[in-house]
Ligand binder design. Structure first.
Ligand code: 13P
Ligand code: SF4
Length: 305
């Protein structure tokens, strides 16, 4: 089957099975084209609550599918490719963080949405890269234990100087691999380009940015800007999507190695097989865990809206 034929089959199967396909912005162009909604982690969470369909397929990583299930327990939710995890989400263990919480009883646990369901059950509020600053400002607590991403935590801490932050040393292996010299080399190669950076990058990279934001934030900024050239400091799929959306502008990756292999694992065939009931993984969650974990997501939506 050609890509177009496969996409046509997917559109037909979606209709026949009353399925909504949600895709994170790091998915391939071919997957974004068949999705009902494409966005960053925050926008996907909002969509998860309102999608009218009986079934949802998440093209992204596991914690994103789990978030959909938490918010839509009556829907059947599938992760298109069961191998798609997020290494950052797996970094911190619930029991360890429970012990840390006991050491700092007057600190609110603010968890990046890139965490496991188990860890979410002990978080006070969740945040995403596009909502973290707003939510940390809005919550009543003055003291914040921010987990797991030290880079996003440092960025938020600098934006919210009125609060006290404790950070732990987790992070995204894809973004944290790059340092100031990579940022400077890209800027030297493209001196007229604006540098747009995801806050999962190290502070030594972020400090050179002209704009710092989520995947959707970066895309919206580049589409609206008058500038004609941009260096993209996040997963390289964003370079491809932007080049597709804005053919009159030029987009360069900060590094050719800025690739999240977990996000790349999902293919159009995975979506097709999942729709046929021959692939993917249905997310199953016991009700007690779901109720404990969804509280911090609902709080995120309440403060972030
Ligand atoms: P966004 O919040 O920008 O979607 O980022 C999610 C993510 O995993 C980035 O690495
Ligand atoms: Fe996780 Fe990083 Fe991949 Fe995002 S880019 S899904 S944080 S490993």
């Amino acid at each position: 089957m050609t890509v177009r034929e496969l996409q046509d089959e997917i559109f037909k199967l979606k209709r026949d099975t009353d399925t909504c396909i949600l895709a994170h912005s790091y998915m391939s162009e071919a997957i974004c084209e068949i999705a009902d909604f494409v966005g960053d982690s925050y926008a996907l969470s909002l969509k998860a609550k309102t999608a009218p369909n009986k079934n949802v397929i998440m093209c992204g990583v596991r914690f994103m599918a789990e978030t959909v299930k938490m918010l839509s327990p009556d829907k059947r939710v599938y992760l298109a490719n069961p191998a798609a995890g997020c290494p950052m989400a797996e970094q911190m263990d619930r029991d360890v963080i429970s012990e840390v919480k006991k050491m700092f009883p007057d600190y609110a646990v603010v968890a990046y949405i890139n965490t496991t369901t188990a860890l979410k059950t002990i978080a006070d509020v969740c945040v995403t890269s596009s909502s973290a600053v707003k939510i940390c400002k809005a919550i009543p607590e003055k003291n914040i234990l921010f987990i797991p991403d030290i880079n996003l935590g440092t960025y938020v801490k600098n934006q919210v100087p009125e609060k006290n932050f404790k950070l732990l040393s987790g992070g995204c292996p894809t973004h944290a691999k790059f340092d100031e010299e990579d940022a400077l080399a890209a800027k030297k190669a493209h001196p007229n380009a604006l540098f747009l950076v995801h806050p999962e990058c190290r502070p030594s990279v972020v400090k050179h940015a002209d704009y710092i934001g989520s995947t959707s934030g970066i895309m919206d900024y580049a589409k609206r800007a008058d500038a004609k050239e941009f260096i993209i400091g996040t997963e390289n799929s964003i370079v491809e999507h932007l080049q597709h959306a804005c053919p009159d502008k030029k987009f360069y990756p900060m590094s050719m190695d800025l690739v999240c292999h977990n996000m790349k694992v999902t293919t159009l065939y995975d979506v097709y097989n999942c729709l046929k009931g021959e692939g993917g993984e249905e997310i199953v969650m016991d009700e007690e865990t779901r109720l404990a974990a969804v509280k911090c997501i609902n709080k995120m939506i309440e403060y972030g809206g």
